[in-house]
Ligand binder design. Structure first.
Ligand code: C5P
Length: 244
């Protein structure tokens, strides 16, 4: 199933996994904001701060602030408010923080900047059944993903989920066409896997129901990052290519 929610921005999100601002900005300058959004995670944000986010947005990019908030509702609301004020396109939190925390986050974002999208992480792909048992959860990772997905989307009203492409088909069936499903662990066919254990091609991710894909090293370490991004876009189904 290929999903195309309204107003979904660039379908390709490039992960800027750098330890400081300079190489991140240099890479951004080699990319086309009409082709991709940029993901800023913990490492880069802790090192470079909001100034870099502002700079990337001035270059014309949509920014996904991947900070995975998880705290008491009031604190998460404050963090979401601050991110929305920065003007980011998308940000995220941990669904395991619970319904009240997610509702506080959504309300904060909607008040400050309704067009900013708030999505949730369910179960990290680094967690398995043993990890969950260790924190007192006796369900399988798949069951826990489903439960947290319902809580985030159906009950809290979030805009989407970060998920493995391998979970996308079941989540799309469970949640319907609207929620964004943002999938990392993507490798174009013929490329290496780096340290990713289970990878999916861009085409297969969209076919399974992803709305957006996150791609890092296959683009950031390519000799020509813009060409690598363009090649990935060219491989996608037509409905998934453009800005809406
Ligand atoms: O370089 P690569 O394409 O593997 O980068 C993937 C990006 O997506 C990284 O920023 C990584 O932290 C993130 N990510 C992931 N798997 C998850 C969640 C996030 O690879 N389950």
């Amino acid at each position: 199933m290929t999903s195309k929610p309204q107003d979904s921005g660039p379908r390709l999100i490039v992960a800027l996994d750098y330890p400081e601002a300079r190489p991140a900005e240099a890479l951004a300058r080699r990319l086309d904001p009409g082709h991709c959004a940029l993901k800023v995670g913990f490492e880069l944000f802790v090192a470079a701060g909001p100034d870099l986010v502002v700079k990337l947005q001035e270059l014309g990019f949509h920014v996904f602030l991947d900070l995975k908030f998880h705290d008491i509702p009031n604190t998460v609301a404050g963090a979401c408010r601050a991110a929305a004020r920065l003007g980011v396109w998308m940000l995220n939190l941990h669904a395991s923080g619970g319904l009240e925390m997610m509702q506080a986050g959504v309300q904060a974002v909607r008040e400050v900047r309704p067009e900013t999208r708030l999505i949730a992480v369910t179960v990290l792909t680094s967690s398995n059944a043993e990890t969950l048992r260790g924190i007192g959860i006796d369900r399988s990772p798949g069951e826990q993903v489903g439960r947290l997905a319902d809580l985030a989307i159906t009950q809290a009203g979030l805009d989407g989920l970060v998920c493995s492409a391998l979970e996308a088909r079941a989540l799309r069936t469970r949640l319907g066409a609207s929620p964004w499903l943002v999938t990392p662990g993507i490798r174009p066919s013929g490329g290496g896997d780096d340290d990713q254990k289970r990878v999916t091609t861009p085409e297969d991710a969209f076919e399974a129901g992803a709305s957006h894909i996150v791609v890092g090293r296959p683009i950031t370490r390519a000799p020509d990052p813009a060409m690598a991004a363009a090649a990935i876009l060219a491989s996608l189904p037509a409905a998934s290519k453009g800005l809406s």
